[in-house]
Design a protein around this ligand. Structure first.
Ligand code: MIC
Ligand code: SF4
Length: 640
C-alpha cells in the first residue's frame, strides 16, 4: 500500500464504491462515540432498529454536554444512557469523566481505525491518526448495527507544516491561521492531511486541537500521521500496544497543497460571530473584555491547562472580568491536583467548572449584556454563549490567559518570558469512571430506563412524488444548526422529546417560525450557501420534520446536516442557478415535482407563476432512503 494516510486508511475500509473524488464510498466503521445530547436520540433509534448487541469493535457512550440536572429530565437521560450501554455492549463514560473527544483521545483513540461520532468534533481523534468523522446520531446507530458509513470520496489536501511555533503561540493559532485562509466552507468535500517537517514539533494534544477545529472549515475530517510522538503519547497513556506507524509515503500525491510555516504563525483570534472571521491578535489587541473562558474539546488538555496554570502562578486575574476554566477530563484534573498546578488556577481567582462542555454549549456562564467574552472554544456563533448580544472571540489558551491577567484582549507575547512546563512521561491513568460492557448473557437481563421525558420517535411516512406548501422562512448564507435548533441550558434537556424541542426551531432567528409552521401545516425552507454548518445535532432535521418541513432548497449544504435531512425524509435540493434564490420570497406557495430523485427536480412558484430548475447531489441510496421516508424505515426493511 502506498500513498497518503487518508488513502491507506480508506482503501482498507472501503466496502463499496470506488475511490473517485465526489463518488460515494461505503466505509467499515471500527469505532463509534456518542455524547448525551445527541446520544439519547441515537440510542432510541438503535433500539428501534432491533439489534441485540452492537457490531462495532468498540463503541463508547459519553455524558459531557448536559450535566446541570436542573430537574429529573437530564438525570433520566443519564440513566437511560447507562442502561443502554450495559444492555447493548458499549463502554459508558460517566458524567464527570470528561469531554467525549478529550477522553476518547486519552483512553480509546487508535491510529488507523475509522471512527464516527454523533458530534461534529469527532475529528479530534485525527490527532492520533484515526480517520474520525462527525455524523448524525442515526448514522451512528446504523453503524453500531453493523452497516457501513457513506461519504463522498474526499479531495485530499496536504497541509505541509514546516518550522516550529514561537513561544506563546500554540496549535490553536495554527488552525485559526488555516481558517483565515479557507473560511467556514473551504473544507467541504476535503480531508486535511498534515505532513512535512513541522509535524514532529507538535504533540498529540496540539495535533488534536488542530483536527478538532478543522471541523469549522466544513471538511470531512483532518488527520495527522502516527509517528514516534504518537507512540510516546500512547505509552504515557499505558497504551503503547495500540500504536502503529502510519505515515504518508515519500511519493504520496495530494490533490492540493497548503503550506504553513509554523515559525511565522502569530497569535490569532476569530472575531464575532464566525470561526472564519480571523485576525491577528496584535491587530485588535486592547479591546476591553468581560469574561475569559478556557476549556472545550479544542483546548482543555493537560498541555493547555499547564501553560495556563504556569502563566497564572502567583498572580490575580483582572478585577474587570471573570475567568472560567473547564478541564477536559478527570485525568487532566487529577494531574493538576497531584502536580499542585491546580493551586495556581484557584489562587488566581479562576472559577473551576465541571469537566465537560459547560459554557461552550451555553450551559451556564453566559456573558453579560453586550459582554465581550474571549474563549478558547471552537464556535462563536451569534447567541451560542447564551447572551444574544454578546461578542465572542476565539483564541488560544495563551491569549486567553494573557487577557485574563490584563483585562483587555492581549497578545501573550507582550507578557514577557513564556513559562516552561513539562508533560509527564506517564499520565494519571484511572478508568474507574468508565463502565465496561457486560458479557452478552448478562446484558440481556438489563432493563432500559425510559424516563417520562424520553418520548418515542415520531413516525415517518413514504415520500410523495410532488411536494406542496408555502415558504416558511427564507435565510441567508452559512445558517448554523445552532440557528435552526438552539442549544443551551433551557433547550438541551428536551433533546429526547421531539414534540417539545420542536417549539424552539429557529427561535433565535424568527420567534414566529413554530406557529407559522403549524398554521401552514409545514412547508419549505429556502436558504443560501452552506446551510446547516456546525453541529451534527440531528434535531435540526428531526424537529423541522416534525413540524412538517418537506424540503430545504438552498445554494449548498454542509455535509453532516445534509445527511441528517436525508435520514429524516426532508429532501435537500439545490438551485441549479443560484441566482434563482432571488426569485422566491417568504410566504410564496410552491410545488416541487421531485420525480424519482435521480435527476433534476422542477419547482413551480405558484405565487409568482414561475418555474425554477433544481438539482441535488443525492446518491441512488440517498434517493431510496428518502422514498422510504427516512433511514429508520429503510434500515428496518433491510434488516427484516
Ligand atoms: C456543538 O459543539 O455544537 C455540539 C453541541 O457538541 C454539537 C452536538 C450537539 O448539538 O449535541 C456538535 O458539535 O455536533
Ligand atoms: Fe462540547 Fe463544545 Fe466540544 Fe461541542 S464543541 S463537544 S459543546 S466542548
Amino acid at each position: 500500500m502506498s500513498g497518503t494516510i487518508t488513502e491507506k486508511i480508506l482503501f482498507s475500509h472501503i466496502v463499496e464504491g470506488k475511490p473517485v473524488i465526489g463518488e460515494e464510498v461505503a466505509l467499515k466503521v471500527d469505532n463509534t462515540l456518542t455524547q448525551d445530547a445527541t446520544g439519547t436520540m441515537a440510542y432510541l433509534q438503535f433500539e428501534a432498529i432491533g439489534i441485540d448487541r452492537i457490531k462495532t469493535e468498540l463503541s463508547v457512550s459519553f455524558v459531557d454536554h448536559n450535566m446541570l440536572q436542573t430537574d429529573f429530565r437530564n438525570a433520566d437521560d443519564h440513566k437511560f444512557l447507562k442502561t443502554i450501554a450495559q444492555r447493548y455492549g458499549l463502554h459508558f463514560s460517566r458524567p464527570g469523566n470528561g469531554i467525549c473527544h478529550q477522553v476518547f483521545l486519552e483512553r480509546f483513540a487508535t491510529p488507523g481505525k475509522t471512527l464516527i461520532g454523533s458530534d461534529s468534533h469527532t475529528p479530534t481523534a485525527g490527532g492520533m491518526g484515526s480517520f474520525a468523522m462527525g455524523a448524525g446520531g442515526l448514522d451512528v446507530a446504523v453503524a453500531m448495527a453493523g452497516e457501513a458509513f457513506r461519504i463522498k470520496y474526499p479531495k485530499i489536501v496536504g497541509i505541509k507544516l514546516s518550522g516550529k511555533l514561537q513561544k506563546w503561540v500554540s496549535a490553536k493559532d495554527v488552525i485559526l491561521e488555516l481558517l483565515s485562509r479557507v473560511d467556514v466552507k473551504g473544507g467541504v468535500g476535503k480531508v486535511f492531511e498534515y505532513f512535512g517537517p513541522g509535524v514532529k514539533n507538535l504533540s498529540v494534544p496540539d495535533r488534536a486541537t488542530i483536527t478538532n477545529m478543522g471541523t469549522e472549515t466544513g471538511c470531512t475530517t483532518s488527520i495527522f500521521p502516527s509517528d514516534e510522538i504518537t507512540r510516546e503519547f500512547l505509552k504515557a497513556q499505558g497504551r503503547e500496544n495500540d500504536w502503529i506507524e502510519l505515515i504518508a509515503d515519500e511519493d504520496a500525491k495530494y490533490d492540493e497543497i497548503i503550506e504553513i510555516n509554523l515559525d511565522e504563525v502569530e497569535p490569532m483570534a476569530a472575531l464575532p460571530h464566525s470561526p472564519g472571521a480571523v485576525k491577528k491578535v496584535s491587530e485588535i489587541a486592547g479591546i476591553k473584555v468581560d469574561q475569559v473562558s478556557i476549556g472545550s474539546c479544542t483546548n482543555s488538555s493537560l498541555r493547555d491547562l499547564l501553560i495556563v496554570s504556569k502563566a497564572l502562578n502567583g498572580k490575580t486575574i483582572s478585577e474587570d472580568l471573570h475567568l472560567t476554566i473547564s478541564p477536559g477530563s478527570r485525568q487532566v484534573v487529577e494531574h493538576l491536583i497531584n502536580s499542585k498546578d491546580m493551586n495556581s488556577l484557584v489562587q488566581s481567582g479562576a472559577r473551576i467548572l465541571e469537566n465537560g462542555c459547560g459554557p461552550c454549549i451555553g450551559m451556564g456562564c453566559a456573558p453579560s449584556s453586550a459582554g465581550i467574552s474571549v474563549r478558547t472554544f471552537n464556535r462563536n456563533f451569534l447567541g451560542r454563549s447564551g447572551t444574544k448580544d454578546a461578542q465572542v472571540y476565539l483564541t488560544s489558551p495563551e491569549t486567553a490567559v494573557a487577557t485574563a491577567l490584563t483585562g483587555v484582549l492581549t497578545d501573550p507575547r507582550t507578557l514577557g518570558k513564556c513559562p516552561d512546563f513539562e508533560m509527564p512521561n506517564k499520565f494519571e491513568i484511572n478508568d474507574n469512571m468508565i463502565i465496561k460492557p457486560l458479557p452478552a448473557e448478562e446484558a440481556k437481563n438489563i432493563e432500559i430506563a425510559h424516563g417520562p421525558n424520553i418520548k418515542p420517535l415520531p413516525k415517518f411516512s413514504p415520500l410523495p412524488d410532488k411536494l406542496e406548501g408555502n415558504v416558511l422562512i427564507k435565510l441567508e448564507n452559512n445558517v448554523t444548526t445552532d440557528d435552526i435548533m438552539p442549544a443551551g441550558a433551557k433547550i438541551l434537556p428536551l433533546r429526547s422529546n421531539i414534540p417539545e424541542i420542536s417549539k424552539h426551531v429557529f427561535e433565535s432567528v424568527d420567534g414566529e417560525f413554530h406557529n407559522r409552521a403549524i398554521e401552514n401545516q409545514g412547508g419549505f425552507i429556502i436558504a443560501g450557501e452552506n446551510y446547516g454548518q456546525g453541529s451534527s445535532r440531528e434535531h435540526a432535521a428531526l424537529a423541522p420534520k416534525y413540524l412538517g418541513v418537506r424540503a430545504v432548497i438552498s445554494k449548498s449544504f454542509a455535509r453532516i446536516h445534509m445527511a441528517n435531512l436525508i435520514n429524516f425524509g426532508i429532501v435537500p435540493l439545490v438551485f441549479e442557478n443560484s441566482k434563482d434564490y432571488e426569485k422566491i420570497s417568504a410566504g410564496d406557495k410552491l410545488e416541487v415535482v421531485i420525480g424519482d430523485l435521480r435527476g433534476k427536480a422542477l419547482l413551480r412558484n405558484i405565487s409568482k407563476n414561475e418555474e425554477i430548475a433544481l438539482t441535488h447531489s443525492l446518491s441512488e441510496l440517498d434517493a431510496s432512503i428518502l422514498k422510504f421516508g427516512g433511514k429508520l424505515p429503510w434500515i428496518k426493511s433491510k434488516i427484516k
